[in-house]
Write a protein that binds this ligand. Structure first.
Ligand code: ZN
Length: 448
């Protein structure tokens, strides 16, 4: 039987301390007693033991396996920066803390908003519905995803093809991302990593390994706040510093982002788009089923792994009722959530009958990899030739991006394709309605 120790040595990763061996042995013996499974060389604890406070395995090393100046993972990309990026004290905001939005750097990025009509909603109290009943009452007008699941056509919220799973992992890079990367490699599955700027400067080597393995890298803020609760300048700071960190390490600047907690409204959307970042959320159906594995609740000690997996199985049940594919929220920050993904959720999807196609969100959306980064993007109409000038009132945006009955009209992917195709020029409004039929969709996809 292969063990995690074997896996790590196969990967050429060194253990930092001998005590880690003992740690692993302890975990493995506990897991073996309860019925460990091994998935492609990765030792996974039984589902019942995946819970807050479980014994932990050793922490894999965070070293980049690619060398500075290495050829890019896709045609048309820049080489990796050389010399390799190195952390310089004082040149970055404090990790995981609110950022000074009055700095000269942030003020410079604020100029990117010039010419755009950023809605003047007041920030929400804390991004939650219960603590801000006034904003909640206004949720439809605000296009607030958190309260009611409102999306706009500029959001990417699902893979367009039925039975296709948009694989995404948030909040890394982190040490256990390495275990996940090995699994994804063995299964030839690509994923989108929505990375936190603070983790990027902490674990640049892991970010490089994700990127060089052919996965997609996207912005997920610096300190993981509820973006709707921030001022415009604070939002710009969160997105700007994360964008800058990714660029410093990889040499590429993402053209997509995901709001933490899915907390986005038209003000946040417009700021993101003005900064050249297309929002990507995860799927929520009309009846309120979110394609969220709730693995983060396991990591937080709220629910055991078995509850998360049961929720996930209901997701799989819902998936076959959709006319489109979907995008799923998972996390690679914690060992627990990686165990769940590698041992249970991804494995269940791959062995499902009929099987799901698992792909990164950009790939499943048929967006060329070159479009996902500023430096390689030769399609000047992606994300948009110019972001929408303003929000239309009386929008017909759906409370769900994936109607099980209405076909293709309100999927965020549609207008992204429209923007990318150059057929319609700049959308006038984030709430632009695009009642496209299947034939039009295919035509737009072909133009990408
Ligand atoms: Zn997150």
């Amino acid at each position: 039987m292969k063990t995690t120790a074997t896996l790590f040595s196969l990967l050429g990763l060194a253990f930092a301390h001998d005590s880690h061996h003992a740690h692993i042995a302890k975990r493995q013996s506990a897991a073996a007693a309860a019925g460990t499974q091994v998935v492609d060389g990765v030792t996974i604890p039984p589902l019942a033991s995946i819970t807050f406070g479980m014994p932990t395995a050793t922490t894999p090393a965070a070293t980049a396996t690619a060398t500075p100046g290495a050829a890019p993972p896709f045609s048309g990309g820049p080489k990796l920066p050389s010399p390799a990026w190195a952390f310089a004290q004082g040149q970055w905001p404090e990790m995981d803390k609110p950022i000074d939005s009055t700095s000269a750097q942030v003020q410079e990025w604020m100029k990117e908003l010039d010419g755009y009509d950023i809605p003047d909603f007041s920030p929400t109290v804390d991004g939650s519905c219960v603590n801000d009943t006034a904003a909640e009452a206004d949720a439809a007008k605000r296009g607030w995803w958190t309260c009611g699941g409102y999306t706009r056509d500029t959001d990417i919220v699902a893979c367009p093809d039925k039975m296709t799973w948009g694989v995404s992992f948030d909040d890394g890079p982190a040490p256990y991302s390495t275990v996940l990367l090995e699994y994804l490699k063995q299964k030839s599955v690509s994923a989108t990593f929505f990375v936190v700027g603070s983790r990027v400067i902490e674990y640049p080597g892991i970010l490089i390994n994700e990127y060089m393995a052919g996965h997609e890298i996207s912005v997920h803020t610096w300190s993981h706040p509820h973006l709707t609760s921030l001022t415009n300048a604070q939002i710009v700071a969160e997105l700007g510093w994360t964008r800058k960190a990714i660029q410093a390490v990889l040499g590429v600047t993402p053209t997509t982002m995901r709001p933490p907690y899915g907390d986005i409204d038209d003000r946040v959307r417009m700021i993101a788009l003005a900064m050249g970042l297309v929002p990507i959320i995860w799927t929520r159906t009309d009846d309120g089923h979110s394609f969220d594995t709730f693995d983060w609740m396991v990591a937080g000690g709220t629910v055991p792994g078995s509850t998360s997996f049961a929720e996930f199985q209901s997701i799989l049940g819902n998936a076959s009722t959709l006319n489109t594919g979907f995008a799923v929220l998972q996390h690679d920050l914690y060992e627990i959530t990686v165990d769940l993904a590698v041992g249970y959720t991804l494995n269940a999807a791959l062995t499902h009958n009929p099987p799901f196609t698992l792909e990164a969100v950009g790939k499943c959306s048929k967006i060329p990899t070159t479009n996902l980064y500023v430096e390689s993007n030769t399609n000047k109409t992606f994300p948009f030739p110019a972001p929408p000038k303003s929000m239309a009132s009386g929008s017909n945006s759906s409370s769900s991006a994936n109607s099980t009955s209405s076909g293709s009209s309100s999927n965020g992917k549609v207008s992204s394709q429209q923007g990318a195709s150059g057929t319609g020029g700049a959308p006038r409004s984030l709430a632009l309605s695009l009642p496209l039929g299947a034939a039009a969709l295919l035509a737009l996809a072909a133009l990408l």
